[in-house]
Ligand binder design. Structure first.
Ligand code: FUL
Length: 494
């Protein structure tokens, strides 16, 4: 008979086992003391926890981007800023349709390009005439931002704004103090006219080139303004709360630390830190222990994966046939939400002002694939067995499994069926800790490794060839501090 692994479980209470109390956690950031050893740095990094607004954001898992604007009517991706507002004239714009379609697909927030690089504003701003107010749409009395926000409120959807810092229309762009004032007035309108805003997305793109206008953005003033006007809104990409994953392909890293040595945001201080460490959001490694050796601080700076359902960010009739299919979207889901990131999927309305049937088909396919996968957890109800096994791994953060010395748990699947996806979650309210894990299966005397992984974080989904097993074993091979595993589940995905 096979020997069962020894299981050192903490009983329900984590505090009694880990001897960690709230005062040992660092919200958002920790500065290492001078010359600590690596072990001390890892122990501190393991106790960096998200700010409450970052934690709420992470739990959204799936969010949507709406790229809509003058480019929708000119068949382009980057407008020049010289387009006539006369071109903006959707005849059937229906923001309620956008929110309904996106909500039915499982999206929990919608972020709209209130202004893209061309400078055309989708709301009747007082800062420029280059806006919907100068367009024929609703005789210049329309407001896309308001229509979207009202639809979001009606349907319980969170709401975010993208306001491009790069502005090819504004005359003052390049006169740094003047443009910073202009930009902050635009931000103020967006953050005070419409009620609650949940995310502010700062694009880093700038295509001015070497001879172009040079604008020094006052990032700190932008952040301070947001903290004052919308304290619960996360700031993304060039912002401080949410990091660009580094690609626009829909695929995050296999090893994705939310605790990074990459300093958040675009301030001179952050740029200096990142230059010294040689880091950008595109670097392969942002949080390994090798990097911790060199870093003076680490930050809670989780990844957002932005990708479009189509080849372009804006709608183009010629791309209606190129909307990603279910298998591409499922792959993106596994490699974004399933790799400790939040998915930001772009679904651009067409020139009527509607999400097309092609995009709707893709979204419906993705949703039914996700629902199918999550419909049955083969481990549901199965408890890890061995000594002191009342610690649960059941998706309830209050009862996470926080093993002691022996980081091994075994399970008998509650349902005998084949599976091909494993899901693990850490209770990130206590930090991100796991560095390596193994999942093994057995149906006789041998244990076969079916999956290995590095980081877990908020959620890790791993897909493997179909397996059927009598017994499953999870081993946390390496962790920066005692792990807090809140979910272990097995699914069958199409
Ligand atoms: C990029 C922009 O240049 C694209 O047009 C798009 O908005 C994408 C989300 O970010 O930096």
């Amino acid at each position: 008979m096979r020997m069962l692994p020894l299981i050192g479980f903490c009983l329900a209470s984590i505090t009694s086992c880990n001897r960690e109390d709230a005062s040992e956690y660092f919200t958002g950031r920790v500065e290492f003391p001078v010359q600590p050893n690596l072990g001390a740095k890892e122990a501190m990094a393991a106790r960096v926890v998200p700010h409450p607004r970052q934690l709420e954001w992470q739990k959204l898992e799936m969010t949507a981007f709406i790229h809509f604007g003058i480019n929708t009517f000119t068949d382009s991706e980057w407008g020049t800023g010289d387009e006539s507002p006369e071109l903006f004239n959707p005849d059937s714009l229906d923001a309620e349709q956008w929110v309904r379609v996106l909500g039915e697909a499982g999206m929990k927030m919608v972020i709209i390009t209130a202004k893209h690089h061309d400078g055309f504003c989708l709301w009747p701003t007082r800062t420029t005439a280059h806006s919907v107010a100068s367009s024929p749409w609703k005789e210049g009395r329309g407001d896309v931002v308001r229509e979207l926000k009202e639809a979001c409120d009606k349907q319980g959807m969170k709401f975010g704004v993208y306001l491009s810092p790069w502005d090819r229309n504004a005359d003052c762009y390049g006169d740094s103090p003047a443009y910073n004032r202009f930009y902050m007035e635009q931000l103020t309108e967006l953050l005070t006219w419409y009620g609650k805003v949940d995310e502010v997305w700062f694009d880093g793109a700038n295509g001015e080139g070497p001879d172009g206008r040079r604008q020094e953005y006052d990032w700190q003033a932008y952040y301070d303004l947001i903290r004052k006007l919308q304290p619960d809104a996360v700031t993304a990409v060039m912002g401080e709360d949410v990091r660009w994953v580094g690609t626009e392909s829909g695929y995050g890293r296999e090893t994705e630390w939310s605790v990074t040595a990459l300093a958040p945001g675009g301030t001179a201080a952050s740029r200096a830190v990142n230059e010294t460490l040689g880091l950008t959001p595109m670097s392969d490694d942002l949080g390994s222990s090798t990097l911790l050796r060199k870093a003076d601080d680490v930050y809670w700076y989780p990844a957002e994966v932005d990708v479009s359902i189509r080849p372009g960010w804006f709608w183009h009739a010629s791309q209606d046939s190129l909307v990603k299919d279910v298998s591409a979207l499922a792959g993106i889901y596994l490699s974004s939400v399933g790799r400790n990131a939040v998915l930001l999927l772009n679904v651009p309305p067409d020139d009527r002002g509607l999400i097309t049937e092609y995009d709707i088909k893709g979204l419906q396919g993705l949703k039914s694939w996700i629902d199918g996968m999550y419909s049955i957890d083969l481990l549901n109800g199965a408890r890890p067995y061995g000594r002191g096994t009342s610690g649960a791994i059941d998706g309830d953060n209050r009862t996470s499994w926080s093993p002691g010395r022996h980081r091994v748990a075994s399970f008998v699947p509650a349902i005998a069926a084949t599976f091909n996806v494993a899901m693990l979650q850490e209770d990130i309210s206590k930090g991100q800790r796991v560095e390596k894990f193994i999942i093994e299966a057995s149906s006789g005397s041998e244990w076969d490794t079916i999956a290995t992984g590095t980081t877990i974080g908020y959620k890790r989904l791993i897909r493997f060839p179909e397996v059927k097993a009598d017994e499953i074993r999870l081993t946390i091979v390496s962790s920066r501090a005692n792990p807090n595993i809140s979910t272990f589940a097995l699914y069958k995905a199409e």
